[in-house]
Design a binder for this molecule. Structure first.
Ligand code: AMP
Length: 284
């Protein structure tokens, strides 16, 4: 596994793999890697890709009040993890190489960013879309691997890729969970032991919502009440949203007659956690 920090080195390493006839796969990350990230790397490997992992804590996707400064960073552990998962190349750019001081260009995917996390994280998805577009242009991958854990992000990246005609296949990878169902996240390490136990309620709430949809509940309000009830029962009360949305457009659904995405964001202790699950009505 090679590690590169500068853009010309990245381009040279990827060009070498391309000349050797390998498809190029990229998994963009912010580091603090866990088994969820491993799954993206392993999926790229399984697809036969020369597998590039990018590790960059992207400042433009953090709002001023958010956790950019305390976001976990552990480069040696991340590099060990990438090697173990089978990455071929890790790109660790410096901030100054990714953003020139006078950069003024932003990629904005309208509408899909207006709901769910959008209103709670001003500028977040613009930061995500801009850095992912930049990484796509730097790496020029054939495939790019993203987690379904960040379903709104995945929908936004799919739409950006389509709208801008990036010749890249976007591959969504299933959410990797802890044994009690909690979605793995770099931010789980902010949780105290008591908060860690409460955090599993997000997954239970989604399962209850999914089961209600599968049993024929068509009213989104009914499903939202079920999910909220499970969260409250676990004393998770600081809920940003518990929503039923269209998986592609991320717009609210009122009457469920096709597969939907159930999505929750809640603050549990020091962590803001998100999770989601697909739900399918009986006759869809
Ligand atoms: P992050 O480092 O949190 O920005 O995440 C980098 C990529 O890993 C994104 O595509 C995430 O959706 C994905 N990811 C994070 N957590 C998980 C998980 N538990 N399961 C699957 N993919 C994940």
């Amino acid at each position: 596994m090679d590690t590169v920090r500068r853009i010309p080195e990245l381009r040279a390493a990827v060009a070498g793999a391309r000349r050797a006839g390998r498809p190029i796969g990229v998994a963009p990350t912010m580091g603090a890697l866990h088994a969820g990230h491993d799954a993206l790397i392993e999926a790229a490997r399984r697809d036969g890709c020369f597998t590039v992992v990018t590790i960059f804590v992207n400042p433009t996707q953090f709002a001023p009040h958010e956790d950019f400064d305390r976001y976990p960073r552990d480069e040696p552990a991340d590099l060990r993890r990438c090697a173990a998962a089978g990455a071929d190349l890790v790109f660790l750019p410096a901030l100054a190489d990714m953003y020139r001081p006078d950069a003024v260009t932003t990629v904005r995917v309208a509408k899909l960013a207006d709901h769910l996390c959008g209103p709670f994280r001003p500028g977040h998805f613009d930061g995500v879309a801009t850095i992912v577009a930049k990484l796509f242009l730097l790496v020029q991958p054939d495939r790019a691997y993203f987690g379904e854990k960040d379903a709104q992000q995945l929908a936004i990246i799919r739409r950006m890729t389509r709208d801008l005609d990036f010749p890249i296949e976007i591959v969504g990878c299933p959410t990797v969970r802890e044994p009690d169902g909690l979605a793995m996240s770099s931010r789980n390490r902010y949780l105290s032991a008591a908060d860690r136990a409460r955090a599993a309620a997000l997954h239970r709430a989604l399962c209850a919502g999914r089961d209600a949809v599968a049993a024929g509940e068509q009213a989104a309000d009914g499903v939202i009440a079920i999910m909220t009830g499970v969260l409250h029962a676990a004393d998770v009360r600081d809920i940003d949203y518990a929503s039923v949305v269209d998986p592609e457009t991320i717009q609210n659904v009122d009457v469920i007659c096709a597969p939907v995405l159930l999505a929750i964001a809640a603050r549990v202790g020091a962590a803001r956690l998100i999770d989601n699950m697909r739900a399918t009505p009986p006759r869809a």
